[in-house]
Design a protein around this ligand. Sequence first.
Ligand code: SF4
Ligand code: SF4
Length: 90
Amino acid sequence: MSDLDKKLYKNTFKTSQTSHLHPDDEQCLQCLEKVCTIICPAKVYNYNESEKKLTVSYEKCLECGACRIACKYIKWNYPEGGKGVVYKNS
Ligand code: SF4
Ligand code: SF4
């Protein structure tokens, strides 16, 4: 287990019923680099080539904001109602 994985393992999540991450499906179809699948430390985004579909495992999101900077086609909000990641520092 890498140091990053050890740190991520300490986090817990209050899962929302709805996603706070909304990529633009039309843009994703045309997107060549799919940088969201590379940049996310939690591997939230996965692209299925055979189905031509981007899946978003929003419940694993660390709310770091990297994807919103990397791609302007993701509508990004914090999870509603205090849901989402709960960081543990020790
Ligand atoms: S979310 Fe952005 S980077 Fe990811 S596949 Fe869609 S357009 Fe590309
Ligand atoms: S905010 Fe960070 S952890 Fe959440 S999906 Fe974007 S890159 Fe991944």
